[in-house]
Every structure is written in structure tokens, then in C-alpha cells.
Design a protein around this ligand. Structure first.
Ligand code: 7B0
Ligand code: CA
Ligand code: ZN
Length: 453
């Protein structure tokens, strides 16, 4: 299958520039890559990863192979990708025979990592990003909503992050204090620290479902007949770390230390306990962007959500029927599996696949994103959507939000886009809620699969 074009276009100019700039990257490596572990990790901490356009990788297999250098792939184009990489990782990519062009950093981006402990922690986003919510700001806003709408919104702490921050689950439903016999839908966000727009997506949904209850007929109907769960921030430690110095760090993972190295963090979206580490879709190197952790569900944040989702199985039946995990960026609607290129097979019948694809395309029609199977981009293993489906049979999607390309801000779009880019997913979210009583309706097979509904 041909890879779909993800995001903007690759220009001839960019390719020419990459030829000119490939040499400095190789030279940087010759000078010696930062040595992890030496001088208590100071060398490593002096360097932050940057984004590069890599020209050459053109197939799913080539993109998956590229991940073995330790980078993350942030955009996929027909014959190029955009990656986040350290200079040492960029040099490895260059050694594969690809040409690299370093992309400009966003305005609030740091040039060096914070020199802890000298620099005081700045507890807010930089100028141009002030409307993004820090963890404390989001918590305050959520608490205010719970106080204002106690009949339809309740909050529970489902666990704590490595650094001890609360992981919250918000429930939205009529008679919210009762566990009623209603289809449940789960929205999760912010597994990846630098994807701050996804926390705003959570807050948007909370605001929309509370303030429109009783006035908007579709919202009202959904709260009357569904139980909606929102886990607004899966990675509060990573998110706070990313902004703590006052300049963005382009951090992806959580902040759990790793044994025997100064390299911190596990990629939460490679840590879920389904086909964990099975298929070259994650890394066993703690220094890599997609480090899967020492064992499945080793991250406390993943454990908290795993336990929560398991707790929604009542009498052996999982109550959660559909889900979206929000990420940025590239404007995509993705569905399982990510661990295999096969569309059907063990754990995915033709009808199940058709539900995923039909519903995914329907949602993509409403927000203009590109719909595709996750592995069309590259292989991922241990991701939440594969786990929610493979382990719990929840029709689970990954949404990659705005923008489509690095030139529009990449992981760090200005706060002025928040209202437009969160409300852009309102219709898709409503469709996922409305079909949660019988997702098979999407393919006209409700009679076969959902007797009595
Ligand atoms: C990721 O750029 C996840 C698909 C899961 N089947 C895609 C996600 O974890 O690689 N892309 S991202 O990191 N947000
Ligand atoms: Ca229920
Ligand atoms: Zn992500």
C-alpha cells in the first residue's frame, strides 16, 4: 500500500537545502556525540532534541526501520518524514543514507536544557502560549466545573504519576453519582508531554458537556444516556517538565528514572500491556524517544489507567464501548492495529475492521483529518489503542490533532488556535458517543451484533 501524504508537502527546495546541511550533522557527530552518564548527565542535559526533515524514507518498513535510531516520527510524507532527534540520533539517521534538514524551532523553544537546580521553576507557558493550562491551572478549572455542575460531573483520583501528581478521571452523566446501565465512552489525552493541545481538548469537552447540558439537544441526550469518562492528563510530570524552565524542552516521555542511566522517562504510548515490545514498534534503550519501559505497564500512569479501565468491567462485561486517545500532530484519525500491517487476523475480524474503518472515515469527514490504520504510518507496539481493543474490545481511536505540519507550529502551535482546533473535534466526538450503544450500526449490522437495541 502507498503511504498517504501526512501533512504538508515536501519541496524541491527543502531537498536541496538538506544536501547543504547534511554535512554539518555528520561533522557534529565526528566532534563526539554527548556522552550519556558522564559528568552526572550534564552533557546530555546540555542538549535538547530538534526536529529534522528526513528525505528518503518512503515505505512503512523504511519508517519503522528509521525508528531504530531512537527518534520519534512526527510527520509522514510520501518520500520524507519529520523526526525529533538529538544530534547523535540525527547522525545515525544520516548514516542510513538519508539527507536531513534541521527545521526551525518554535518561538518559545529552549536553546539549552535547564541547568538544574540553579534556575527557578517557571510555572507557566511562555508568551504566546499563556492560554494553555499548566497542570495546576487545569486542576483549578476542573474543580470549579465540578463545584458548579455536581449533578452531572464528578471527579475521582485514579492514581498518581511518578512524581506524585494526581491522575484524574472525570465522569459526565445524568445522575452522575449512580453507576447506571449505560454505554460508556472514554477520552484520554496527553500521554506525550509536548502535546499540550490535547489537555485543552479535554478541557474543551468538559466545558462543552457541562455548559450545554439542558440547552443543546445532542449534548443533553448523550449525558442522559451515556457515561462519559475523561482522563484529561495522563502525563502531568512530563507536561510540567516540558514548560518548567520557561522554554519548551520538546519532551515526550514521562519522568520516571531508568536504572543504570541518567536518561529519564518511558514513552507511555509504548508501555501498555498488549503485544508489549513485540514487533520493532518501540525501543529497549532508555535514551530513545520511544523507550517502552523495563516491563509492560511499568509506568505508574499506565497502571492507573489500566486499573481504571479494568474497573469498568461490570459482571465480566466491559462498559466502555468506544474511545479516543488525543495526540498531536498531523491531523489523523488512526485505528488499530499498530503492531501489525495486517488489517484483519487474530483479534480483528473483517466486520470489526469494517466498523473501525467506517466509523474512522465518518469522523474524519467531520474534522478534515486523514483516516487510516495506525500501522500505515509505522509500526507501534504497546500503544493504548491496541491495548483498549486487543485486551478490552473497546473501539479505540487515536486522534492526531492540529497542525498538519511543523511549519504551522508542530507540537507548539500558538494558543490562539485552541478554540478552533478543539471545537473542530466536537462533531466527531458526538458521533462516537451516539454510536457507542452499538458501533456495528456503522456497517448496518446492528441486528446481528446488538440484539435488542
Ligand atoms: C505515537 O506523534 C500512535 C498510534 C498508536 N497506534 C501515534 C503516536 O505514539 O507514535 N504519534 S505521536 O507520537 N503523537
Ligand atoms: Ca454504567
Ligand atoms: Zn503523541
Amino acid at each position: 500500500m502507498r503511504p498517504r501524504i501526512r501533512g504538508g508537502r515536501t519541496t524541491v527546495l527543502a531537498a536541496l537545502l538538506s544536501l547543504a546541511l547534511a554535512a554539518p550533522i555528520a561533522a557534529a557527530q565526528a566532534q563526539g556525540a554527548p556522552s550519556p552518564g558522564s559528568t552526572a548527565g550534564a552533557a546530555r542535559h546540555a542538549e535538547l532534541p530538534h526536529q529534522y526533515e528526513v528525505t528518503g524514507p518512503a515505505t512503512r518498513a523504511e519508517r519503522t526501520a528509521l525508528l531504530a535510531t531512537g527518534v520519534s516520527i512526527d510527520e509522514v510524507h510520501t518520500r520524507a518524514v519529520v523526526i525529533t532527534a538529538t544530534r547523535a540520533q540525527a547522525a545515525k539517521v544520516h548514516e542510513l543514507g538519508y539527507t536531513l534538514r534541521k527545521l526551525p524551532d518554535p518561538p518559545g523553544f529552549a536553546t539549552t536544557a535547564p541547568k538544574a537546580p540553579h534556575k527557578p521553576r517557571v510555572k507557566d507557558f511562555p508568551a504566546g502560549y499563556a492560554n494553555y493550562h499548566t497542570y495546576d491551572e487545569a486542576t483549578k478549572e476542573i474543580d470549579a466545573l465540578v463545584a458548579k455542575y455536581p449533578e452531572i460531573l464528578s471527579k475521582q483520583v485514579i492514581g498518581t504519576s511518578h512524581e506524585g501528581r494526581n491522575i484524574l478521571a472525570l465522569k459526565l452523566s445524568k445522575n452522575v453519582t449512580k453507576d447506571e446501565q449505560e454505554p460508556e465512552v472514554l477520552f484520554t489525552a496527553h500521554q506525550h508531554a509536548r502535546e499540550h493541545l490535547t489537555v485543552e481538548m479535554s478541557l474543551y469537552l468538559l466545558g462543552e458537556f457541562t455548559s450545554k447540558y439542558g440547552s443543546d439537544s445532542r449534548v443533553t441526550k448523550m449525558l442522559d444516556s451515556r457515561e462519559i469518562w475523561i482522563i484529561p492528563d495522563l502525563n502531568p510530570d512530563g507536561g510540567e517538565y516540558d514548560i518548567a524552565s520557561g522554554e519548551f524542552q520538546s519532551w515526550r516521555k514521562n519522568r520516571q528514572p531508568n536504572a543504570g542511566t541518567s536518561e529519564a522517562g518511558t514513552d507511555l504510548n509504548r508501555n501498555w500491556d498488549f503485544k508489549w515490545g513485540c514487533c520493532n514498534g518501540s525501543s529497549d534503550d532508555p535514551g530513545d524517544e520511544t523507550y517502552r519501559g523495563p516491563s509492560a505497564a511499568s509506568a505508574p500512569e499506565v497502571q492507573a489507567v489500566t486499573k481504571f479501565v479494568h474497573s469498568r468491567a461490570v459482571g465480566g462485561t466491559q462498559q466502555i464501548k468506544t474511545a479516543i486517545d488525543f495526540h498531536t500532530y498531523s491531523e489523523l484519525v488512526l485505528w488499530p492495529f499498530g503492531f501489525t500491517h495486517d488489517a484483519t487476523g487474530e483479534g480483528m475480524t473483517q466486520d470489526e475492521h469494517d466498523v473501525f474503518a467506517t466509523l474512522g472515515k465518518n469522523m474524519a469527514d467531520t474534522n478534515g483529518y486523514t483516516p487510516e490504520q495506525s500501522s500505515d504510518l509505522y509500526i507501534t507496539d504497546g500503544a493504548i489503542d491496541d491495548w483498549l481493543w486487543g485486551d478490552q474490545k473497546i473501539f479505540a481511536y487515536t486522534f492526531e490533532m492540529y497542525p498538519s505540519a511543523a511549519g504551522d507550529g508542530g507540537f507548539y502551535p500558538r494558543d490562539s488556535v485552541i478554540p478552533k482546533e478543539t471545537s473542530r473535534n466536537r462533531e466527531a466526538v458526538l458521533q462516537l458517543l451516539e454510536i457507542a450503544d452499538c458501533p456495528y450500526r456503522a456497517i448496518g449490522k446492528e441486528g446481528q451484533y446488538c440484539k435488542g437495541s
